[in-house]
Ligand binder design. Structure first.
Ligand code: IVH
Length: 725
């Protein structure tokens, strides 16, 4: 009945073997419970569908979180939650090693490549570090090291673990030639221009001295380090972003990662991203390497590179623990973010003897600090319906001050999460932040549980429309399948209007709800049928707001096609896939006739590169009569007629407003023409406006343009400007 390969257990430290065996048995039992059939023995037996589905789901989820963390620098979950997903997948994969699903295989160390930069192949791979969080785990690392080296005590080198983005800097004959991100460990993004813009790397390694002796400059070296942003710079940049109405960065790590992936080095240069160096990859000639990390630290400084301040050289694991403690105590006072400490075997000869596993060195370990938490009271749980119909439980908390903000709500993800935490109303719970953004409940203080508290049940009906909730076998999420569910519709409209989609100002969560409940909006296409009469009187909407809203909806007809595709909220289509889909289906007609070969075809052969499962899901959705009706209505409204705005169109760089009716053109046609000519179209004349197009019965924009001295043209002039006769 035990199906984990014996090797799986041998690789675990003895203390984990029994708990792991129990976990595997439990997982087997849980999975077996959701799928009828024989016990899930892998040898020769087919895995139950629930297992296959769960493996597929986990692979996709992990790939999504990898993408959010590594490529987009916008994580949604805590490191601990991520580790739990990976552990569950590893357990299932160990039990059912041959399961192949449509999902991408989970990378050992993620991939930060964006596709924008040229690829650079590292001379020596850039791997990750294994992590520990307890003294016992650190002691186990030390035992492994001592056993392998046949030593009683080992010299360690302990440093803070900087929380930024890993970088590899290549120097050839002492000249700085290349900077690359970690990428997939083998190949990274070539960010040389961006790193040069920061002016934190010398063009040439200095020929300095250490201990009175000249430091050799290697023929070739990849210096490994971290690019990071101080708290001061983070606050400063976020204040500037807030003043511009832009979304602030969630934490300094995201800011550092986001900055180094900017496409224009001039934008990088204005941000203060700092560098610290602590290791090497390729090193030629090998014989010229330093003998220990103390020596290397001195060499880095002699070469003129920024180094770790106050690293500690210690003897034995107890001294390493004390050094970690000191780093932990200094954390509050440090001007930059660290998320732990790194303990490294100090002697290079010893490190060579220990070597590497497939994903990390055996000569180093990361000690991860526990994330900050706050304790508070769980007052209740409410349930929110999302745009896909997923019902998410939300913890309503006694407000608590946490990390500079007041937290009164936290996501609980799904019913399994509630069961895992065994949450009860009245519990004292610990709040943590996921990737420093969204607060989550990380645990319960069972000692403070009130007597007589009861587990509570997930609702059976949708809290918005009363439709019975469904949950697919093996899946954690409950769904409301009613496409007319008011909350679900409101969330779809909110998404359609969001800044990454059609960017309709004035439609936030409250207005979207009011539009659905009070103005009869039953789909995103209905937005284009609204008039002042339908809007005025809806709670929160007066005449002025109605006019602004109608103007914003009107202007959204000129939204770029890929943003429209994203705004549709098609299954599995986020912002990035929307660009691929928009590229293969260039307008609404093309989207209505798109087929599987186009969706699954390779990108370099003109396809979208989607998996067969995603293509199927998408085609199912596009074949639905409601979806087809919606797309045709949007087409009639003139939405989706604008492809990518050209950079060199006749109106490139112009900020244009249109007022009044232009004879011979529908408003949608005018907007599409303007955007296709490279103009940025806005609804109100401001100091930034460079051109007003005024037709019959112009509005107040004409007066404002005149008083601000903005040039005004009429329809005939616009026609001459844009349409070749
Ligand atoms: S030593 C395997 N020392 O942590 C490479 N890494 O999780 C050995 N990091 O990619 C790395 N501070 O970018 C080392 N003092 C430090 C570090 C550090 C931050 C990052 C590094 C690496 C990641 C591994």
């Amino acid at each position: 009945m035990m199906f984990a390969p014996p090797d799986f257990f041998r690789r675990l430290p003895p203390c984990c073997r029994l708990p792991s065996l129990l976990l595997i048995l439990l997982a087997t039992f849980a999975v077996h419970n959701v799928a009828a059939g024989p016990p899930p023995l892998s040898d020769g037996h087919e895995a139950p569908p629930a297992v296959i589905e769960r493996i597929d789901e986990l692979r996709r989820e992990i790939a999504r979180h990898d993408d959010l963390y590594f490529r987009l620098a916008e994580p949604e979950i805590t490191d601990a939650e991520y580790d739990a997903l990976k552990a569950e997948l590893r357990r299932l994969e160990a039990a059912w090693p041959d399961i192949v699903t449509d999902a991408p295989p989970v990378a050992e160390i993620g991939d930060d490549r964006t596709g924008f930069f040229p690829t650079h192949r590292h001379a020596a791979p850039m791997l990750s570090l294994d992590k520990v969080t307890t003294g016992a785990e650190l002691a186990a690392f030390d035992r492994r090291v001592r056993r392998a080296l046949g030593r009683d005590a080992v010299d360690y080198w302990v440093e803070p673990k900087f929380d930024g983005i890993a970088v590899s800097l290549t120097f050839e004959e002492g000249r700085f030639t290349r900077a690359a991100t970690r990428g997939n460990g083998e190949e990274g993004d070539d960010i040389t221009a961006n790193v040069r813009a920061l002016e934190v790397v010398p063009h040439k390694l200095r020929r300095g001295t250490a201990d009175g002796r000249p430091v050799p400059v290697p023929d070739f070296i990849e210096i490994r380090g971290e690019l990071f942003v101080s708290f001061k710079e983070f606050d400063h940049l976020n204040a500037a972003r807030a003043a511009e109405g832009e979304r602030p960065f969630a934490n300094p790590r995201n800011l550092a990662a986001g900055t180094m992936k900017l496409r224009d080095p001039a934008d990088v240069a204005v941000r203060r991203v700092e560098l610290v160096c602590f290791g090497w990859g390729g090193f030629v000639p090998e014989a010229a390497r330093p003998s220990d990390l103390q020596g290397f630290h001195e060499w880095l400084a002699a070469w003129g590179l920024p180094v770790v301040e106050a690293p500690e050289a210690v003897q034995g694991v107890e001294a390493a623990k004390a050094a970690i403690r000191r780093i932990g105590e200094s954390r509050e006072a440090l001007p930059f973010p660290i998320d732990g400490a790194v303990v490294k075997v100090a002697a290079v000869e010893d490190a060579d003897a220990l070597g590497w596993s497939t994903s990390a060195p055996r000569w180093a370990i990361a000690w991860k600090f526990a994330p900050p938490r706050a304790a508070t009271l769980l007052r209740g749980v409410t349930f929110q319906v999302g745009r896909t119909g997923a019902v998410t439980p939300v913890a309503e908390l006694e407000p608590v001050a946490f990390e500079g903000a007041t937290v009164s709500r936290a996501s609980l993800h799904n019913a399994d999460e509630i069961a895992r935490l065994d949450l009860r109303i009245g519990d004292t719970v610990y709040v943590e932040k996921a990737g420093d953004i969204i607060p989550v409940i990380a645990g319960v203080d069972l000692t403070a549980r009130p007597d007589g508290s009861e587990p509570f049940a997930f609702p059976e009906a949708c809290p918005s429309c009363g439709y019975p909730l469904s949950r697919a076998p093996g899946h954690a999420v409950h769904y409301c399948e009613n496409r007319q569910c008011p909350d679900r519709l409101a969330r779809r409209i909110e998404h359609f209007a969001s800044s990454g989609a059609l960017s309709i100002r004035g439609i936030g969560p409250r207005t979207a709800e009011a539009l659905v409940r009070e103005a009869g909006v039953a789909s995103v296409a209905d937005l284009y049928r609204l008039d002042a009469e339908a809007l005025v009187g809806v709670p929160g909407i007066g005449e002025r707001t109605a006019a602004d809203l109608l103007a914003a909806i009107d202007a959204s007809r000129a939204a770029r096609w890929d943003r429209v595709v994203y705004g549709l909220g098609l299954p599995g289509i986020g912002a990035r896939r929307a660009q691929s889909l928009a590229a293969v289906a260039g307008d609404i007609d093309a989207l209505l006739t798109v087929d599987a070969p186009l969706l699954t075809g390779a990108v370099d052969e003109g396809g979208a590169g989607f998996s067969a499962a995603l293509a199927r899901q998408l085609l199912d959705e596009l074949e639905r009569p409601e979806t087809r009706r919606l797309l045709l209505t949007l087409k009639d409204a003139g939405v989706g007629a604008v492809a990518q705005p050209p950079r060199d169109g006749p109106l490139a760089g112009e900020v244009v407003v249109v007022t009044g009716r232009l004879a011979g053109w529908t408003r949608a046609e005018v907007l599409a023409l303007l955007v296709n000519a490279g103009a940025e179209v806005r609804t109100r004349v401001t100091r930034e406006t460079t051109l007003l197009v005024a037709g019959e019965r112009p509005g107040s924009n004409l007066d404002r343009a005149r008083s601000l001295g903005v040039p005004v043209i009429d329809g005939a002039e616009l026609r001459r400007l844009l349409v070749a006769e």
